[in-house]
Design a protein around this ligand. Structure first.
Ligand code: FAD
Length: 462
């Protein structure tokens, strides 16, 4: 099959590799012109990727991402690991150390700069025969004819730079800001779109340790907490690490975190990361990078009773994007790519591809969207309570399960499998016995413990 991917970010490139292995001819059209730099430091310092605005935000590569990449694309994963990446073994942070399953290597997260990952991935794709990557090419619309039942049949894309490019299947991998709804509208095809702001702002600052090693990690990704604010720690590669602070977008004092000195003084008060941001140990290597207005969203090419179009599907952030703090975006892009590959192994009929791929997405991907929405509601509630703005006091089963997993080994083991995207959330939330246990333990869980009072936090912020 001639496959065209609109977009050569993580989702588009991983899909290109997976489909090429099955013998498809793949063309990747990527709007950003610059190819992967020669090394990781150049990628960090100067790789211009306007299309991936989160490129320099901290990223973790969760258990499912690691598992799929090492099994399906070892040529990528083995190269990635050469960058001296950092591994967070979640088993070290379980409630009971002696009950650990030593062999469960799934519960490990690899951390590195996203620039390091994407540079390696793009280099491997560039070296792969049968994948034609055209950078500096922006897709502007779909070329479509009417099929017999009136549904548009997509036969390629229009581009600004290369005219029309023909395809048997067009995959929209153009990220959260995809223009696919407009392109489909232009060919008379409605879509089904849903989105809700996650309500948070993210401030990230990057550091490099003076000697290239990392201080002891006492809490995994958890970097500390104050009322209305949580810090996350992302050790990376080459002595670099990121600290992300997450709070409500409506919490105005947090805007002062844009100032590097203010950010660092708050970070130094958080016990898990104080030893990391100590000036004797590390120094900032970036400005504070703020990011807000992030939505949990889904885009389904569905017109109510059938596919919007045939020959056109989406994956990665175009299909669904979820709260970044859960770190599932790349895992879900990979799962989407594997599901699409499975469908293409059974049929190349454009109508069947559209219907069958939509069905597996609804069953196996969209539940992660609702989980992110529920997770965000719980987190917003914790923040709003801390700053006296809470209106709703209902506690969801998800929140109880999450709290219980910090106290109880059984809940921890099962819920960590969900957090790492191996099992769907319903595997826990619809298990009556487990949920009874989680409700009892979760409702008696202690309130969050803070490194600072709100007054102390606001003092540092001003
Ligand atoms: C702050 C933040 C932190 C995150 N942290 C994590 C994390 O820890 N772990 C994790 O797994 N995920 C994380 N994510 C999510 C992750 O970044 C995304 O899920 C992932 O990038 C999705 O890949 P994609 O290929 O779908 O989209 P993108 O990576 O956004 O790539 C889209 C590509 O399409 C190109 N493009 C767009 N329009 C066109 C066009 N018209 N023609 C041609 N090309 C086009 C763009 O230039 C871009 O290269 C985070 C996201 C954010 C915002």
């Amino acid at each position: 099959m001639r496959v065209v991917s609109v977009g050569g970010g993580a989702g588009g490139l991983l899909t290109a590799l997976l489909l090429r292995r099955d013998g498809h001819d793949v063309t990747v059209l990527e709007r950003d012109a610059e190819g992967p730099p020669a090394d990781d430091e150049q990628a960090w310092d100067s790789w211009t990727r306007k299309g991936v605005s989160q490129l320099r935000q901290p990223h973790g590569f969760i258990g499912r991402t690691r598992a799929v990449l090492s099994e399906e694309l070892p040529e990528v994963w083995d190269r990635v690991l050469e960058a001296d990446t950092y591994r967070v073994d979640l088993r070290r942070f379980a409630p009971e150390q002696e009950a650990l399953v030593e062999s469960d290597r799934r519960l490990q997260v690899e951390v590195m700069r996203r620039t390091t990952f994407e540079r390696t991935l793009a280099s491997v794709v560039d070296e792969t025969p049968g994948i034609d990557v055209r950078r500096g090419v922006a897709v502007t619309g779909l070329r479509a004819d009417r099929s017999e039942n009136g549904t548009p049949l997509v036969s390629g894309v229009h581009t600004r730079e290369h005219g029309d490019v023909s395809a048997d299947l067009v995959i929209d991998s153009s990220g959260r800001r995809t223009a696919a709804p407009r392109w489909l509208d232009d060919v008379g095809a409605p879509v089904d779109e849903w989105s809700e702001s996650d309500g948070f702002t993210y401030h990230s600052l990057w550091f490099r340790t003076h000697d290239g090693t990392y201080p002891p990690n006492i809490a995994g990704f958890f970097g500390g907490m104050a009322p209305g604010l949580i810090a996350l720690l992302f050790p990376g590669d080459a002595g670099v690490f990121g600290v992300a602070m997450v709070g409500l977008g409506s919490d105005k004092p947090l805007r002062r975190l844009r100032d590097t000195a203010v950010f660092t003084s708050v970070a130094s008060e958080f016990t898990p990361i104080a030893g990391w941001v100590d000036p004797d140990v590390s120094a900032p290597i970036s400005q504070v990078l703020p990011m807000g207005a992030i939505h949990n969203r889904r885009l389904r090419f569905w017109n109510g009773d059938g596919p919007s179009a045939h020959g056109f599907v989406n994956l990665g952030d175009s299909a669904l994007s979820t709260n970044p703090s859960l770190g599932r975006g790349i895992a879900l892009a990979l799962v989407g790519a594997l599901e699409l590959r499975s469908v293409l192994r059974t049929t190349d009929d454009p109508q069947r591809v559209a219907v069958e791929y939509d069905q597996v997405k609804e069953e196996r991907l969209i539940p992660w969207l609702w989980d992110a929405v529920e997770s965000d509601r719980g987190m917003r509630h914790v923040f709003a309570t801390a700053i006296g703005e809470a209106t709703d006091t209902t506690v969801s089963d998800r929140t109880l399960m999450s709290r219980a997993s910090m106290q109880d080994m059984e809940c921890w083991r099962r819920w960590t499998g969900v957090n790492q995207a191996f099992e769907l959330p319903s595997s826990c939330l619809e298990d009556g016995d487990l949920m009874d246990r989680a409700r009892t333990i979760g409702s008696g869980a202690p309130p969050p413990s803070y490194d600072l009072t709100r007054q102390e936090l606001e003092h540092l912020l001003t």
